[in-house]
Ligand binder design. Structure first.
Ligand code: NAP
Ligand code: MG
Length: 405
């Protein structure tokens, strides 16, 4: 069988723990037998980040700006325990945070729906895509413990030396304080990414903040979205028969629960972090969620929405059998290959990405799945497969599909 050809390499960002194991299996079983895989490889595993003083993360992000499309494995964001575990030089920052800051994009996360895995919210008939702003707020905060009585103020000093101040709090005793920021430019590109994506997939766009309480900060988000919508997108939305809808975050949460799905929900950074886990779990599993970072310049970085599945990795290291779900990581690869194919005009590569997804979903629909799905499926007598066997089962189907071509 002829292998599917590529012209431009993908930026490949390897990662950590169980997802690193899965990464290798996917390449070995699902990609290399079928595709003449071209990648520019960056090892974002924690050991190599430590060895390179985290330079490798920035290099991978720069490569994404050069080549346009990246695929990323889940990576450890170190905490104190990880610093001890890996003997790190320092507590390196979240690679996702670093990459998002460099690409200034919006993260779109969509549940992967498949027959036999029903959302636990009965009325959710269609996927809900979360569009998470990927810059600023609490993820770029500065915080301080206030040791005792005293005053905390916000001070802005303009470049020509003028000062303005706002009282945060007059402390009577110890406490904590946090400063955070966002940028009009980043909010505007968030808004444009969302409007563009909504037009692309022809779905309504919802956006929500807490502007009644945060009358300057959150209100700025609301205003920028509305201004850009009115000036640049209102007509295109009307032509496409879709709607932009703004409401308060608590109202949005209530409406989302009662909706039938099928829309994009734009969220501020923290809301998106939290809500994407809620939406993905309610649709079935954290491992059934795609995630793509879309930059306003049109760079794409595909990844899984879940972490490195540490608990499964330790089982694996003890020699025990694991049943870790690889679907989101497979879809990160298929998403990246499809986008590469579209950009380079390679119909075969696009078709292969479709087949890889189809083979994955039909494997599950046939009753062969990993443990997380076997627990919740409505299919009778599901067969729980190991991490490797599940990928092998997909490979078997993929081979059959390719032979029928
Ligand atoms: P996690 O890796 O997402 O796993 C949390 C739990 O969710 C797992 O223990 C497992 O539950 C279930 N789960 C997640 N993905 C699964 C999959 N593919 N198949 C089956 N079950 C799955 O989160 P974590 O354990 O909190 O974090 C581990 C590491 O990942 C941390 O070091 C964190 O920094 C990193 N992280 C990275 C990213 C990223 O790179 N995008 C995102 C989040 C976290 P059971 O154990 O009950 O089976
Ligand atoms: Mg999260």
């Amino acid at each position: 069988m002829e292998k599917v050809q590529m012209t431009t390499p993908l930026v490949e960002m390897d990662g950590d723990e169980m997802t690193r194991i899965i990464w290798e299996l996917i390449k070995e079983e699902l990609l290399c037998p079928f595709v003449d895989l071209k990648t520019e490889y960056y090892d974002l595993g924690l050991e190599n980040r430590d060895r390179t003083d985290d330079a490798v993360t920035a290099e991978a992000a720069e490569a994404t700006k050069r080549l346009g499309v990246a695929v990323k494995c889940a990576t450890i964001t170190p905490n104190a325990a990880r610093v001890d575990e890996y003997g790190l030089k320092q507590m390196w920052k979240s690679p996702n945070g670093t990459i998002r800051a460099l690409l200034d994009g919006t993260v779109f996360r969509t549940p992967i729906q498949v027959a036999g895995i029903e959302p636990c919210v009965r009325n959710w008939e269609k996927p809900i895509t979360i569009a998470r702003h990927a810059y600023g707020d609490v993820y770029k905060n500065t915080e301080m413990a206030v040791p005792g009585p005293g005053v905390v103020e916000l001070v802005y000093t303009s470049d020509d030396g003028r000062e303005s101040r706002a009282l945060v709090h007059r402390f009577d005793g110890a406490g904590v304080v946090q400063g955070m920021h966002n940028l009009d430019a980043s909010i505007a590109s968030f808004a444009r990414s969302c409007f563009e994506y909504a037009l692309d997939v022809r779905q309504d766009l919802w956006f929500a903040t807490k502007d009644t309480i945060s009358k300057v900060y959150d209100h700025r988000f609301k205003d920028i979205f509305q201004d850009i919508f009115d000036a640049e997108y209102a007509q295109a939305f009307a032509d496409a028969g879709i709607e932009y809808f703004y409401t308060l975050i608590d109202d949005a949460v209530a409406r989302v629960m009662k909706s039938e799905g099928g829309f994009i929900w734009a969220c501020k950074n923290y809301d998106g972090d939290v809500m994407s886990d809620m939406v993905s779990s309610a649709f079935g599993s954290l491992a059934m969620m795609t995630s793509v970072l879309v930059s306003p310049q049109g760079f794409y970085e595909y990844e899984a929405a879940h972490g490195t599945v540490q608990r499964h990795y330790y089982k694996h290291l003890r020699g025990e059998e694991t049943s870790t779900n690889s679907v989101a990581t497979i879809f990160a690869w298929s998403g990246a290959l499809r986008k590469r194919g579209q950009l380079d005009g390679l119909g075969d590569l696009v078709a292969f990405a479709d087949q890889l997804e189809e083979a994955t979903l039909s494997t599950i629909a046939s009753g062969q799945m990993t443990g997380d799905l076997a627990l919740i499926t409505t299919l009778p007598d599901p067969q729980k497969l190991s991490t490797h066997d599940f990928i092998r089962a997909i490979a078997g189907r993929l081979e059959q599909m390719r032979e029928q071509l």
